[in-house]
Design a protein around this ligand. Structure first.
Ligand SMILES: Cc1ncc(COP(=O)(O)O)c(C=O)c1O
Length: 435
């Protein structure tokens, strides 16, 4: 039995099946865009710990900041005896959030917790209860985040009842025949059939749906949501947990639409692999909950905050926003060339370096090919590349390569995607037969 299989068997016996793992690949060490398993095999990492590693594995600056913090102290609880590193990170995030007014932040530990807190803050500010989210959206696995998530299996099935007063509108996805107009009309229908706008505390939206399949919200859609929220006094929460921190070519994806959110939820690449999440927003809204209403024992861990400060320095010093744009352009060009050869690639889309391919049967957007997608993840891993699937129908491959990866590594990874797809779709055989 190989070391990986042995560990997988132990994992299966010791850890509940509710937490699944995509690949039976147990990691021994990792550096920038590469990792090595317990058997010494090297892999290119196009998954980035699900969008956590925009600055790569073990960035030397992040490592140094964490090591220095560890020399001082690792925990006191910010709610008992606070520390400067969290204040400094909050000041920086407040400055980075789009919009010129005063901003404030809170720190928590996970993305789901940031989402939960954004709803608490919006409810405290408005005195209203309802929240609107979008089909296919993903906001986390805790109760309110799960209710807001727009996908039943596997996230909600069997876990009900969900918290009340949550409504979903369709997300605009032209590839699946849903226009911006239709999506906005559906929102109006919610106001007509389900809940009056004067009872809606918040609308929460991902500027690029992550888990849902890397569908980019058209700028005019986000602009319309901004207007709608202004018109009805609704808090606009932009969930940047997956799309933030330079991934899309701007610090936050919402900047592409030129609107100012009321609140933003942040996590993942915020602290380069250390558990940290935040809600950043307009000070007048953020201050609505009273003292003690928000917080958590580990909220704003000093180690994670030190990592967060280093991540922000790296993004600036290494020009990672521009690098994301460049990676996005070169990867898209390579994938477009591949699409000409492989009709199973139905669509290539994304924003900056948040790129995905959607795999379909016979070029039909309505025939998702989840089997091919699963097989591609497996075949790519056999060839030394870690990629992630996503999408409402499990037929999307998302690429979240660290923005610090070299061009050579990215080319090597894409070549594995191409080879694997050729093999799985029989393109190799056809080519050979013709050639
Ligand atoms: C957009 C978005 N929101 C919220 C979450 C939940 O974050 P966490 O898994 O840290 O709770 C995720 C995680 O994938 C996400 O992509």
């Amino acid at each position: 039995m190989s070391k990986n299989s042995e560990l997988q068997a132990r994992r299966d016996a010791a850890i509940a099946r509710g937490i699944s793992n995509q690949l039976p690949l147990f990691v021994a060490r990792a550096e920038n865009a590469e990792l090595w398993d317990v058997e010494g095999r090297r892999y290119i990492d196009f998954a980035g710990g699900i969008a956590v590693l925009n600055t790569g594995h073990m960035h030397p600056r992040v490592k140094a900041a964490v090591a220095a913090q560890l020399e001082a102290f690792s925990h006191t609880c910010f709610m008992v005896t606070p520390y400067a590193v969290a204040v400094e990170l909050a000041e920086k995030l407040n400055r980075l959030m789009p919009g010129s007014g005063a901003k404030k932040s809170i720190f928590v530990t996970t993305g789901a917790e940031a989402v939960e807190n954004s709803v608490k803050i919006a409810r405290a500010h408005t005195g209203r209860s309802a929240v609107i989210a979008f089909g296919g959206g993903f906001h986390g696995r805790t109760f309110m985040a799960m209710a807001l998530t727009g996908k039943v299996a596997p996230y909600k099935a069997g876990f009900g009842p969900m918290p009340a007063d949550v409504y979903h509108a369709p997300f605009p996805i032209p590839y699946h025949g849903v226009s911006v107009q239709q999506s906005l009309e559906a929102l109006e229908r919610i106001f007509k059939y389900e809940v009056e706008p004067a009872r809606v505390a918040a609308i929460i939206v991902e500027p690029v749906q992550g888990e849902g399949g890397f569908y980019v919200a058209p700028p005019e859609f986000l602009q319309s949501l901004r207007k709608l929220c202004d018109q009805h006094g609704i808090v606009l929460v932009v969930d940047e947990i997956q799309s933030g921190f330079a991934r899309t070519g701007r610090m936050f994806a919402v900047e592409h639409a030129g609107i100012e959110p009321d609140l933003m939820t942040l996590a993942k690449s915020l602290a380069g692999g250390f558990p940290l999440a935040a809600v950043v927003g307009k000070a007048s809204i953020m201050d609505a909950p009273g003292p003690g209403g928000l917080g958590g024992t580990y909220a704003g861990s000093p180690i994670a905050c030190a990592a967060g400060l280093a991540v922000l320095e790296v993004i600036e010093a290494e020009g990672l926003c521009a690098r994301a744009t460049a990676i996005g352009m070169s990867m898209t060009a390579a994938l477009r060339a591949l699409q000409k050869e492989i009709p199973a690639i139905g669509e290539i889309r994304g924003l900056g370096a948040m790129i995905a391919i959607e795999l379909v049967r016979d070029g039909d957007p309505h025939s998702p090919d989840a089997d091919l997608t699963k097989a591609l993840v497996k075949r790519a891993a056999e060839k030394g590349l870690v990629i992630l699937s996503c999408g409402l129908y499990g037929n999307v491959i998302r690429f979240l390569v660290p923005l610090t990866a070299s061009d050579e590594i990215i080319r090597e990874g894409l070549e594995i995607v191409a080879e694997s797809l050729r093999e799985l779709t029989g393109t190799v055989t056809r080519k050979a037969a013709h050639g």
